[in-house]
Ligand binder design. Structure first.
Ligand SMILES: [Zn+2]
Length: 723
């Protein structure tokens, strides 16, 4: 009897599952297809007529479903190309076409007058004539290898291939090494004919396809370069363009492999190391020269208007607690895959919520649906909105759920580990459209198949699948990294042809409906997944945060840091020894230039105790809180919810990371030299990687304090639940 009563009391506090089930029946693949066809009919980049037209059309749709939708404008710096020139001047002359040709049968590929030419947004203006050097992916380790070969890029134009890092890292590292300009090309090995049939026969990148993209120094701060930390509202105080810190230091341009091949073929000097060679039918040389290139770039440095769309559904019981959902709507060109495959799913979700409301449902918490503008140039729309409303968001935001491109395959979930258990629960209630098993089961079995031998046991036995940490690369960045709002990023993929037409004119309706989620059933699955997550977050009385998974994840991060230190020390010791033994001199070809590394001082022994002691507290407090939340909650769960909302904010520090104060999260950040790639416990990790020993020690203490504060909060929450 008592158990029954307790069970009843507990179930009253959980979300009513019948609304979720009704919701999941609403999204229709045909609607997704129709929205995508409408929204991708013309190019719709920031500042284009169709970007505004799309925003107004989406608002019209949302209103027609009975939702309260508004447009919020911001005014941002958005450069577009005025002059682009790449000429091989020696030893033979070749002028790069810098054109993506229309494809017969693909009806939007010929909209020349509205297409943005291929370029890198936020490259500076500039002109250079200099010898060319091939730098592989252009990441720091590639420059170490160049140094071993005795090759300097000082005064040179470097050519790097796409891949291995976010593109903006390549001109940044090139400039640090003294290069005067940078060219980035798409090698067929990475997303062209080596990987599959090329468009229009297949989904992969054709000879003349080029990848547009932002090269803004986003690891410093994303958003409008002229208004760091504040919203780019019409009257905001703006930096002069010359004072903006996130523009590149040297000019940079993307090109196709059709344009890159003559440049690379004209290089001599040493043959490129084996793992530097792409799939072009040439012998890859490093240079420098005799290839000499003339590059000239000029841009229109205009301020353009953004059209963010914001839908508010007021909550009934906890109106001050906001659940936020977002996906961008702007593209580089027609953008069917990126971003509309996600945008249209979000629209169907919004329609689904509107349908529930017509049937009498009212969310307990306030729900905010956002359709961002300006994601592509640098997360502009989401960052400016988050900065404008920072005070309110810090007070009220429960969680932010993001999506972007979506395709066929497995659900990828990443984000805050305080929501790992929650999203695992959602995944168990969604059916995979093609295999008919739950998307959780499919992800678990597929993960098991791919896992190395020593990780298979975890896939079988750990109740929750691990989710990846968030780096950067989509609109969750301002929420999690700047404001400390617990965030998730969701998307299906792995089986649609991806990558190949990314940020080119060929990412369009024709391509998507031939090679990606062609019947839009995974679009429906995304709408069902994210919508279920939103409803559950909005209606569950005690917020579904869980901390055992979070503490367990932090434990693995601390282990990783200690392993990093051990390996780094062993590697330096070994290299110093080999230098003494003459290993480098003996193993290099005496007829080729080889510069051995110099002897390095050993890193000091670090004291990880402040971090490990805090981790012990966190593991214990997390366990206690998770046990307390299993019991029927006491009356004061409202106070506990306030603490739960605080729990992600407590992982931030208003002083930010060393050298980049905009990034305030102490557990996750995009890497300063990886761009999109995440660095976990970034203050400590990057100090060790970049050999700033004293800073590493300071950051260990700092993160220890943050984790102790988190443990204290969980203790208080557990006590409140027990009362
Ligand atoms: Zn996108």
């Amino acid at each position: 009897m008592l158990l029954v009563l307790l069970g009843l009391a507990f179930s009253c506090l959980a979300a009513d599952p019948s609304w979720e089930q009704k919701f999941r029946k609403v999204p229709e693949p045909q609607n997704l297809r129709d929205y995508m066809q409408r929204l991708s009919a013309r190019p719709h980049h920031v500042g284009s007529p169709y970007d505004k037209d799309n925003a107004e059309w989406i608002v019209g749709k949302l209103k027609s479903w009975g939702l309260d939708a508004k447009i919020e404008n911001f005014d941002v710096l958005f450069p577009t190309p005025k002059e682009r020139l790449v000429v091989l001047v020696e030893p033979v002359k070749f002028t790069a076409k810098l054109e993506e040709p229309a494809v017969p049968g693909d009806p939007t590929s010929n909209q020349k007058s509205e297409q943005l030419p291929s370029y890198h947004a936020y490259s500076i203006d500039g002109e250079a004539t200099a010898p060319l050097v091939y730098v592989n992916y252009g990441i720091p380790s590639d420059y170490e290898q160049l140094q071993r070969m005795g090759i300097s890029v000082s005064g040179a134009i470097v050519i790097a291939r796409y891949g291995a890092s976010w593109r903006g890292i390549k001109p940044k590292v090139a400039a640090e090494h003294g290069a005067v300009a940078c060219i980035v090309y798409s090698d067929p090995r990475d997303d062209g004919y080596y990987t599959g049939d090329v468009f229009p026969e297949g989904p992969q990148r054709p000879r003349d396809g080029a990848q547009r993209g932002s090269v803004m120094d986003m690891p410093l701060y994303p958003g409008d370069p002229l208004t760091p930390g504040i919203g780019a509202t019409p009257n905001a105080e703006r930096l002069a363009i010359s004072d903006a810190k996130t523009l590149t230091k040297i000019p940079v341009l993307p090109i196709s492999y059709g344009d890159a091949q003559p440049l690379l073929a004209a290089l001599k000097g040493p043959v490129a190391p084996e793992n530097w060679r792409g799939a072009l039918p040439i012998t890859y040389h490093v240079g420098p020269g005799p290839a000499k290139v003339h590059l000239k770039l000029n841009f229109n440095w205009d301020i353009k208007r953004l059209y963010d769309i914001v839908v508010r559904i007021p909550g009934t019981e906890y109106a001050d607690e906001w659940v936020i959902r977002g996906n961008h709507h702007d593209a580089w060109v027609n953008g069917a895959d990126d971003p509309l495959s996600g945008t249209v799913a979000e629209m169907e979700e919004a329609r689904g919520l509107a349908e529930l409301m017509k049937q009498g449902w009212k969310p307990k918490r306030t729900i905010i649906y956002c359709f961002w503008d300006g994601e592509e140039p640098g997360l502009l729309g989401s960052t400016e909105w988050a900065e404008t409303h920072a005070d309110d968001l810090q007070k009220h935001a429960v969680a932010y759920i993001n999506s972007d491109s979506n395709s066929r395959g497995f659900l990828g979930a990443s984000g805050s580990h305080t929501l790992e258990n929650f999203i695992n629960g959602v995944m168990k209630d969604i059916d995979d459209p093609e295999t008919k098993m739950s998307v959780w089961k499919r992800a678990q079995l597929a993960g098991l198949a791919r896992a190395p031998a020593d990780r298979k046991r975890e896939f079988r036995n750990r109740p929750d699948l691990r989710i990846e940490a968030l780096g950067s690369g989509s609109d969750y960045t301002a929420f999690i990294d700047h404001l400390g709002v617990a965030s998730l990023n969701l998307g299906y993929g792995g089986e649609g042809g991806s990558g190949g037409v990314y940020h080119s004119i060929y990412d369009d309706f024709y391509w998507y409906t031939h090679f990606a989620d062609t019947d839009f059933v995974y679009g429906r699955a995304l709408a069902q997944t994210a919508g279920t997550a939103v409803i559950r977050l909005a209606d569950t009385d005690l917020l579904p945060f869980q901390f055992g998974d979070f503490a367990d994840t932090v434990r693995t991060y601390v282990e990783d840091l200690k392993k990093l230190v051990t390996e780094q020390r062993a590697q330096i010791e070994e290299q110093n020894l080999e230098l003494e033994e003459g290993v480098f001199a003996a193993s290099a070809d005496p007829r080729k230039t080889f510069v051995p590394p110099s002897k390095q001082p050993l890193p000091p022994r670090f004291n990880f105790a402040p971090l490990e002691n805090a981790l012990d507290l966190l593991l214990q407090s997390a366990q206690q809180y998770d046990a307390a939340r299993q019991k029927p909650p006491a009356a004061n769960y409202r106070a506990v919810n306030t603490m739960l909302i605080e729990s992600e904010r407590k992982l931030t520090d208003s002083a930010g990371l060393p050298g980049r104060p905009w990034f305030r999260h102490m557990i996750y950040a995009p890497g300063f030299y990886t761009g999109y790639g995440v660095k976990t416990i970034p203050g400590v990790r990057e100090a060790i990687e970049q050999k700033r020993w004293q800073e590493a020690d300071e950051q260990i203490v700092r993160v220890g304090k943050i984790l102790t504060t988190e443990a204290d909060l969980l203790d208080e929450a557990a006590r409140s639940l027990g009362k």
